[in-house]
Design a protein. Sequence first.
Length: 469
Amino acid sequence: MTTRSTTETARPTTKGRAVRTRSPRERQATRTRTLLPGSEGVGTVRRSVLPGGLRVVTETLPTVRSATFGIWAAVGSRDETRALGGATHYLEHLLFKGTGRRSALDISAAIDAVGGEMNAFTAKEYTCYYARVLDTDLPLAIDVVCDMLTGSLIRQEDIDAERGVVLEEIAMTEDDPGDQVHDLFTTALLGDTPLGRPVLGTVETVNALTRDQVARFYHKHYEPTRLVVAAAGNIDHSTVVRQVRRAFERAGALRDTGAQPRPPRAGVRTLRAAGRVEHLDRRTEQAHVVLGMPGLSRTDDRRWALGVLNTALGGGMSSRLFQEVREKRGLAYSVYSYTSSFADCGMFGVYAGCQPRRVPDVLRICRDELARVAEHGLPEEELSRAIGQLSGSTVLGLEDTGALMNRIGKSELCWGDQLSVDDLLARIAAVTPDDVREVARDVLGQRPSLAVIGPLKDKQAAALQDAVA
C-alpha cells in the first residue's frame, strides 16, 4: 500500500498562477481563522469550518516541495461493541477497495503514478487516512483521499476478500511477541472493555463481521462533523479548502448547513485495575515483559511532567532503566518505558525483552527503580538531561510534512486547539523537580499490573503475582 515519495527539492515558482476570488456565498459559508501566525507565512496554521461541520486545518511550509494531506475520523476501537471488535480497522482496509469513481487499482495507481505514498492507521480513539505527494500533485491527493472517505462502496466481495488480509495481519501480530505483549498489558490494565481489547479485533470477531454491520458503522462514524481534514507543506489554505469543499459537495456530504463540529472526546474514567497478571505461554527464545500502571489522560496538565519523567526513566541509552538493566547488569537487550494517553485515562508501562530465567531479576530491578523515583523524584542533573532530550526529540520529530500534518490533525481532533512548537518547548522547559516528584508519586506509586509472553517454568509463572504485590 505504501511507496516512498521523491526527495524534496527547491520551491516551485508561483509566477503567473491564477488567483480565484471566492463568491459571496463561499465567504459567508466558510468560517476561517488563523490559529498560529507564522513569520512571513512560514508555520502559519489556519482553520476553516465548512457547511456540514467539516473542519479543515493547514500548516504552510513554503520552503519544501512536498505536501501531506490527511483526513482524521473520530472513531477507533473503543467505539466498538464486543460483537464489532475490529470493525474500525476492517473498515480502514475497505476504504481502499473502491468507490463509485475509482477501483482499488485506480486508487493506488493514481498516487503511485506521481511517486507519492498513501496509507492509513487505526488507533483506539481515531483513524487517519493520508497521502504524501509533491506540492504540485496535492489536488490529486485531495481528490483521491476525499473520494475514499465519502464514496466507499463497501461491497460484499470486498468484505470477503479483505477478511483474509485482516486475519493475516492478526496472525502477523501474534507472530511478534514483542508487539503482542503490549496488547496483553492493555488487557491486564483495562480489562475486557473497548479500550482494553485489541485494535485489530480477534479471529472470532473478524470472521463474524457482516457487510451490513460494517456499512452501518461507516455511515455512522464517517460523517463530516466527526472528521478533520489536515494538510501541511507548500500549500495555500484557501486553495485546499476550496478543493476539499468541491470533493465533499460532489459526494453530497455537506448538505446539513447547520451542523457543527463535534467537540473532542471528554469524560472522567477512574482505573481501578491493580495487581493483574496476564501470562501467555509461548515457545519463544525471549520472554517479553510489560510492567505498568494507570497513567494520565491527554488533557491532564501533569502530562508534561510525566513526559519528562518517562524520558528520564526509559527514554534513551542514558535513562535509568537502560543503565540499570542493560548497561550495568546485561539482563536485557531492549528495555524502555512509554506512556499512552486517551481522552479520560492513560497508561504508563515498562517493557523489557530478556531470557526467561532472568524475568524475576528484571522485574525486581524495574520495580525498585520505579519505587525509588516515586519516593525521591529526579535529581537536577537527570531532570535537566530529560528536558533537553524531550525538547530535542519533539522538534526533530516534526521535520517533515507528514509529521506536521499528524500534529495539527490530531490536535484539532483530540484537543480542539493548536500549540506552536515554541509553546510545546515552553511547557516542557517549565517542568520543575516538584512537578516530577508529584507525578512520580501519583503514577509510579500505584500497584502495577503485568503482562508476560514467554516459556516460563511453573514456579516462575506462579511467582509473577509476587512482582505486582
